[in-house]
Design a protein. Structure first.
Length: 491
């Protein structure tokens, strides 16, 4: 089974294609293709936080080339993720519209902690197994992730908005490097990550690893210059820093093992790594090859083999907020049935989002029974949910918000026929399950129509369930208020 991961990083775009081997005896993915292009997306953000037209065009040109490399890989086996530059871009929707067309696949913008989780999983799959707790530091173009975990599980993870591109642009934009600027850069990074000292200090792990381009580049320099065997040590890092300062300018940076595409961001990346070493008290760090794209591949493999971490995440959230899981399961079953009638062509991903929304539709009860749908939507959208992209969380939150009350609050969602069908399906399921016990519906039909839908139910059953009939009539009135119809027919 071929799988592909596209990492839209703030510095580079990377494509990795792998083949799942012996998945039944334990997942292993063998690389069969790799492609990397330096895009410097973070450098394309203007002073207003918007990606420039040129940055978008350049990114799309790269993605179009990746599109060609992806031909032959089933679309459901491809996952593309965007990181810090896209998290911070105010015109991210404009970018995604063009970028997804160029790539030919959906692009998910993932939260910082989700990026950290995937980085850790990717690194652990490329390192020898160990019972030791491990620290992983991932220095990207626009953010730095710190993770501590055991096995393949990240136990502590944080993302900070400092990276090799952003630090280089902030402190060495004109190409000049001096001791004052480097110190300012290092202090600025230390200030960002200082709050994490307690969580990620030496007391919490036994082995330290680094991933991404900055760590790989510095490790290669130290090895090529003969300063270490590739291990990044405090002494080797200090020696590199002194040589960078001696060069005085970005264009004069010359090191054995330094690739041309890393020259512009080496000073910024070194400042970030120096700050990490000083702040966390590191003495050495070994490079790890896995990183985000490999984590995405293994996460994708889990989804294809029904080991979807998102299911476990939803279960944990239910437990954390005391959700009535029996009621959630009732609503989910009916909502999925209704959606299949209203939108039979809906994608598997869309149906999963509906099922998760139903599973979490009462999570807001933990705050208050009044307006619980609003509280629930907030919790779903803003909680750290491993496995979910920010877009997933927004869409699920919109369904949780839409489960009851006035539909005007989700008017934008209703403009999309498929999303409108899921809203109607969830609302009807909540109504049918209002008594919080199993419901045996008689023969019923639900059919989408232009401008709405028609629901047909047995007359005798409705006579035995007058409250349900009343709630359905009120529901029809809510759809009328937004210019859509829910026609009720009995016979």
């Amino acid at each position: 089974m071929l799988l592909a991961a596209v990492d839209l990083g703030s510095n580079s775009f990377r494509l990795e294609i792998g083949r799942a081997q012996d998945a039944d005896r334990g997942a292993h993915i063998e690389r069969v293709g790799y492609w990397k292009e330096t895009v410097r997306l973070a450098a394309g953000l203007d002073e207003h936080g918007r990606l420039s037209k040129r940055a978008i065009e350049s990114a799309c040109e790269t993605l179009a080339r990746m599109n060609e490399r992806l031909r032959g890989v089933p679309s459901e086996h491809v996952r593309a993720v965007g990181t810090q530059a896209l998290r911070s871009a105010l015109n991210v929707d404009e970018f995604l519209l063009e970028a997804q067309h160029a790539l030919g696949h959906p692009i998910e913008v993932i939260a910082g902690r989700e990026e950290a989780r995937l980085v850790f999983e990717g690194c652990m799959h490329t390192l020898p197994p160990s019972p030791a707790r491990r620290l992983v530091v991932d220095i990207g173009g626009g953010s730095t992730e710190l993770i501590v975990g055991e096995g393949f599980t990240a136990q502590r993870a944080e993302s900070f908005k400092v990276g090799c591109v952003t630090t280089s642009l902030r402190f060495f934009r004109d190409g000049v490097i001096d001791r004052t600027r480097f110190k300012r850069a290092q202090v600025a990074v230390s200030a960002e990550i200082e709050e994490a000292v307690e969580q990620f200090s030496r007391a919490h792990w036994a082995e330290a690893y680094g991933s991404s381009g900055t760590v790989d580049a510095i490790s290669s320099i130290l090895r090529a210059e003969g300063w270490t065997d590739g291990t990044i040590t405090a002494e080797g890092l200090l020696r590199l820093k002194q040589c960078i300062l001696a060069a005085g300018e970005v264009r004069r940076l010359r090191f054995a093992g330094l690739k041309p595409d890393r020259q512009e961001v080496l000073a910024g990346g070194a400042a970030v790594l120096c700050a990490v070493f000083d702040t966390l008290g590191l003495t050495e760090m070994r490079p790890a090859r896995g990183a985000l794209r490999v984590g995405v591949l293994y996460d994708l493999l889990g989804r294809r083999e029904s080991r979807d971490i998102r299911d476990a995440t939803v279960e944990r959230l239910q437990g954390r907020f005391g959700v009535d899981t029996a009621q959630a399961a009732r609503v989910a079953r009916l909502a999925v049935q209704a959606a299949a009638l209203l939108a039979p062509a809906a994608s598997e991903a869309a149906i999963k989002r509906l099922a998760w929304a139903a599973a979490l539709h009462e999570v807001g009860f933990a705050i208050s029974h009044n307006d619980h749908h609003k509280h629930g939507a907030y919790l779903v959208q803003h909680s750290d949910l491993p496995g979910f992209s920010t877009n997933d969380q927004e869409r699920i939150a919109a369904l949780v918000l839409a489960q009851r009350g006035n539909l005007k609050k989700v008017a934008a969602v209703l403009e999309d026929p498929e999303r409108r069908a899921k809203v109607m399906a969830l609302r009807l399921a909540v109504i049918f399950c209002h008594a919080r016990r199993d419901v045996a519906l008689p023969a019923w039909s639900l059919q989408a129509q232009r401008g709405g839908a028609e629901l047909a139910l047995d007359r005798d059953w409705l006579d035995r369930h007058p409250l349900t009939e009343h709630l359905l009539e009120e529901e029809a009135g809510q759809w009328d208020k937004v210019g859509l119809k829910l026609a009720l027919r009995s016979g």
